[in-house]
Design a protein around this ligand. Structure first.
Ligand SMILES: [Zn+2]
Length: 210
């Protein structure tokens, strides 16, 4: 598995291109506004983008879903609880976007444990609510790779004070992620990459009193 990263507008989002080197099939994870750069990288590598994976439905992360699908015919996948956000985003004006993105509807509604194939790679869906109700991480066990979106960053986690957020669920989700092998490499939605074994702070988290 090959992973290419683009730090893309609108909010310095990490957008990833995952390539299965045998089949040359590729997936985009959280494209943000990095669509053109991601597609250029796929071209350079001779890869075809067949999947657009969204770790959650926030508009900064999903802004180029529609344009990439139009350009490639790739299927858009998102955890089912966040699916409605994709359609709602098209009606929202945000200070950080030049214009609302075109309306998109997910082609694939993911559930806990849903597996997507990218050539020989198997990408498993882990439901990790807390940042949004339907936040998910994508786990490629064979490559020891975890795409965490706005759930886990190096040294911290995504906001929980946003609509659909929950501090208690976030702690539950982070502890669940921490059960994966410590050598698992983490590709977060913002900031630097990390290894799960280095995120020792997670075990000290306590549940908020609500
Ligand atoms: Zn977010």
């Amino acid at each position: 598995m090959l992973v290419e990263k683009v730090v893309a507008p609108p909010l310095d989002n990490n957008a990833y291109l995952i390539v299965d080197e045998t089949s040359k099939q590729a997936a985009v994870v959280d494209p943000a506004l990095g669509g053109q750069q991601l597609l250029a990288k796929a071209d350079e590598l001779g890869a075809k983008v067949v999947l657009i994976l969204n770790t959650h439905g926030h508009v900064d992360a999903t802004a180029d879903d529609g344009s990439i699908r139009t350009a490639t015919g790739a299927k858009i996948a998102i955890f089912e609880l966040d699916g409605a956000r994709l359609e709602k985003n098209a009606r929202d004006t945000r200070w950080f976007l030049p214009a609302p993105p075109p309306p998109v509807k997910a082609d694939v509604q993911l559930k806990e444990g849903s597996e997507l194939k990218l050539g020989d790679l198997v990408i498993r869906t882990l439901h990790t609510p807390g940042h949004t109700e339907g936040s998910a991480c994508f786990y490629v066990e064979s490559a020891g790779a975890l795409f965490t979106g706005d759930t886990l960053y190096a040294g911290s986690c995504g906001r929980t004070d946003v609509f659909g957020g929950s501090p208690a669920k976030m702690i539950f989700s982070l502890r669940r992620i921490k059960e994966l092998p410590p050598e698992t490499h983490v590709y977060p939605g913002h900031g630097p990459e990390t290894d799960l074994g280095d995120e020792t702070w997670i075990r000290d988290l306590t549940y908020p009193i609500v």
